[in-house]
Design a protein around this ligand. Structure first.
Ligand code: BGC
Length: 410
């Protein structure tokens, strides 16, 4: 937020001044020069950048620099501004949502997603802040699955399992990016071609993801993919939300409703055991609005396995189209997030593995449970559970899903 605001006040985004400032805010830089960075951040906050009132006007898209890959390839950062002054920064690296502002009940905007000021910082963190996740979001048990009689072995990156497409999944790849026209609001399309065999998955997969910041204060994400061989696909976005503002403490007071009467209980390494268990009478019942912190320390085996919430809820779908999956209300600011999706499930993760060691945008500390994720998706480990909705994609078919994160205040 702070560096981004500083770019807006600078005429030439690629200028040496901006690059030098950006470099001084890398994660490693933060560790080594924390006092200097803190002073810089404080100065920028004093200059009024951090909470600058948003200006209403023409929706638009601006291209800036997020940094360079180690081989010198420049990485673009797109700034989308909608008619109400809401802003989203999206980086071509990982198709990452770097920042997203939303108004509180008084109309004051704050950046409500965790992220990193620079590409170097983004590449160094391992939490998948705001990244596009593929080819298979969530876990594949034992890093293997069998498709049409052939067993595929994937690289392991989470205990015995493959998480979020493997160590070099889509969130760690450089995507092609371009502005696209949309009547709904400013939009950017990211595309990525994943080669046959990449991270162990069969088939060349061509993926396109369009982010639209609609003039109704929604971030809409449209995912499409086609493959030249049978494969498995489960795409999602890994935004970490804190409706008080990124780096403004924990999310335990946020009140959550999830439109799901069942969830998929897991084993100790977070692989579904195959059962669809009723949430009724468990700490997983969010059918009525409940504070995240109300039951997160319950003496419950499932809570213990996740070190909090890190589970897949089976949505009570009312049809095949876009249906409401969840709503989150933050009482202090009045901000409301609604999640709508065409997907059958939602991974609700409460940032249990954040530990305060990451200093994010503006040098802010991201503590344990300093954010929550609502990853719309198919169930984890579906390729190994024939009874779960299939994640298989055949040649000639098109994978298409939509998720909308809608913001308001009350
Ligand atoms: C997983 C968590 C994991 C987090 C960051 C979530 O989707 O469920 O277990 O720690 O992503 O990788």
């Amino acid at each position: 937020m702070v560096r981004i605001a500083s770019i807006q006040s600078t005429p030439e985004p690629g200028s040496p001044t901006v690059q030098a400032r950006a470099q001084s805010l890398t994660m490693e830089g933060m560790m080594l020069h924390r006092p200097i960075a803190a002073v810089c951040a404080a100065l920028l906050v004093c200059a009024g950048f951090a909470q600058a009132p948003a200006k209403k006007g023409q929706p638009n898209v601006k291209k800036q620099s997020y940094g360079k890959m180690p081989d010198g390839t420049p990485v673009d950062l797109y700034l989308l501004t909608n008619a109400n002054g809401m802003e989203a920064h999206l980086a071509a690296y990982g198709g990452t949502l770097v920042s997203l502002t939303a108004p509180d009940r008084h109309g004051a905007f704050a950046d409500v997603v965790l992220g990193m000021d620079t590409l170097d910082g983004c590449r160094a963190q391992t939490a998948y802040f705001g990244a596009l996740i593929g080819r298979y979001g969530n876990r594949i048990g034992g890093g293997q699955f069998t498709l049409e009689g052939k067993t595929y072995h994937l690289p392991i990156n989470d205990g015995p399992n493959t998480l979020h497409g493997g160590p070099l999944g889509f969130g760690k790849q450089l995507w092609q990016a371009r502005e696209v026209a949309s009547a709904e609001g400013p939009a950017v399309e990211f595309s990525y071609l994943s080669k046959d065999g990449e991270e162990g998955f069969p088939g060349t997969l061509t993926t396109k993801v369009v982010y639209t910041l609609t003039n109704k204060n929604e971030l809409k994400i449209d995912y499409t993919a086609v493959s030249d061989k049978p494969t498995v696909v489960n795409l999602t976005n890994h935004a970490y939300f804190n409706l008080k503002g990124a780096g403004e403490g924990d999310i335990l007071g946020h009140e959550v409703t999830i439109n799901a009467s069942r969830f998929t209980p897991v084993d100790s390494v977070l692989i579904p055991i195959g059962e669809l268990r009723a949430v009724k009478g468990t700490p997983f019942d969010f059918t009525a609005a409940t504070a995240i912190g109300a039951r997160i320390e319950t003496d419950d085996q499932q809570i213990k396995f996740g070190k909090g919430y890190d589970h897949n809820w089976v949505l009570d779908k009312t049809g095949a189209g876009l249906t409401k999956a969840a709503e989150v209300y933050e009482p202090k600011t009045g901000r409301v997030l609604e999640v709508w999706t065409t997907e059958p499930a939602l991974q609700f993760y409460t940032g249990n593995f954040l530990d305060g060691t990451i200093h994010g945008k503006g040098g802010k500390v991201y503590p344990r449970r300093g954010a929550f994720c609502m990853e719309t998706q198919h169930y984890p480990d579906s390729p190994n559970h024939p009874a779960f909705p299939t994640t298989e994609l055949k040649p000639g078919a098109t994978y298409h899903t939509t998720t909308v994160y809608s913001f308001s205040a009350k």
